[in-house]
Design a protein around this ligand. Structure first.
Ligand code: NDP
Length: 249
């Protein structure tokens, strides 16, 4: 991290699901890049507060929002009140997500709904209150969504998760077209198998054979790509899906 706060760009980026895992790494990297960070979680307030403390100690300006991204009214209320109080965001990283796997014949309606509401509905729930204020800001902006290799090629036991992530990819590409004339880029990062709590129960040994680089990815390797897509240097990149998957495809 830079020694001087004066070196920082002072634009703000919201990172949903940044209490842990990939979102935590993205928030950390973007704070390092010089952005104000809106940390977000649903339940892990203790982890969000610990991250805030770590980033603040290193000179970042951060705050925490806590809401369920599947709850449309809660998203609208929290986001509208935050931008009213603190100003409109330059960037949004839609990272919060869940998996609830099971072979399709045994997959419960609850598992389908939980994953689709959390991963796909959240695209609307989080971005709908933010997009018009970002447009009215009349400056370049950045939206990055986090999909998955599972949304591109499918995966055994993940019909719900694959559907939600494929939906995110389609929504990202359409929104990119709509916002292009406003200089707001909208891109998607599709990770492969990344070492976080989410994959604790995954059959890693079976999947490892399909990863040419023969290892799991790290949250920091995903964050590096998000960092580029949020930066000013990525200004001519929009409507793209960038995979970070060790060659798994
Ligand atoms: P983790 O389970 O480690 O972290 C999930 C994060 O999302 C947490 O911050 C959690 O908040 C938040 N979250 C989950 N559900 C909700 C909700 N309903 N409302 C608000 N916040 C919520 O997951 P990862 O870091 O591994 O995954 C991050 C993203 O990357 C997800 O979208 C995932 O689908 C995607 N991904 C992950 C891969 C992997 O191998 N790990 C591979 C491909 C994609 P809290 O702590 O409060 O519960």
């Amino acid at each position: 991290m830079s020694d001087s706060k004066a070196d920082f760009q002072r634009d703000t980026v919201l990172v949903t699901g940044s209490s842990r895992g990939i979102g935590e790494a993205i928030a950390t990297r973007l704070a390092h890049d010089g952005f104000n960070i809106v940390i977000h979680c649903r339940a892990s307030m203790d982890k969000a507060e610990a991250l805030k403390q770590r980033l603040d100690e290193r000179g970042a300006a951060t705050r925490i929002l806590c809401f369920d991204v599947a709850d449309r009214a809660a998203c609208k209320a929290a986001l509208e009140s935050d931008i009213e109080a603190n100003g409109v965001y330059y960037g949004v990283v839609c990272n919060a997500g869940v998996a609830n796997d099971g072979a399709f014949p045994a997959l419960s309606g609850q598992a389908w709904d939980e994953v689709v509401h959390t991963n796909l509905d959240s695209f609307y729930n989080v971005l709908s209150p933010l997009v018009m204020p970002m447009v009215r800001r009349r400056k370049p902006g950045r939206i990055v969504t986090i999909a998955s290799v599972s949304g591109l090629i499918g995966n055994r036991g993940q019909t719900n998760y694959s559907a939600s992530k494929a939906g995110i990819i389609g929504a990202t590409k359409s929104l990119a077209i709509e916002l292009a004339k406003r200089a707001i880029t909208v891109n998607c990062v599709a990770p492969g198998l990344i070492e976080t709590e989410m994959i604790e129960d995954a059959p890693i040994d079976r999947i490892m054979d399909t990863i040419p680089l023969r290892r799991l990815g790290t949250p920091q390797e995903v964050a590096a790509v998000v960092s580029f897509l949020v930066s000013a240097e990525s200004s001519y990149i929009t409507r793209q899906v960038i995979s970070v998957n060790g060659g798994l495809c």
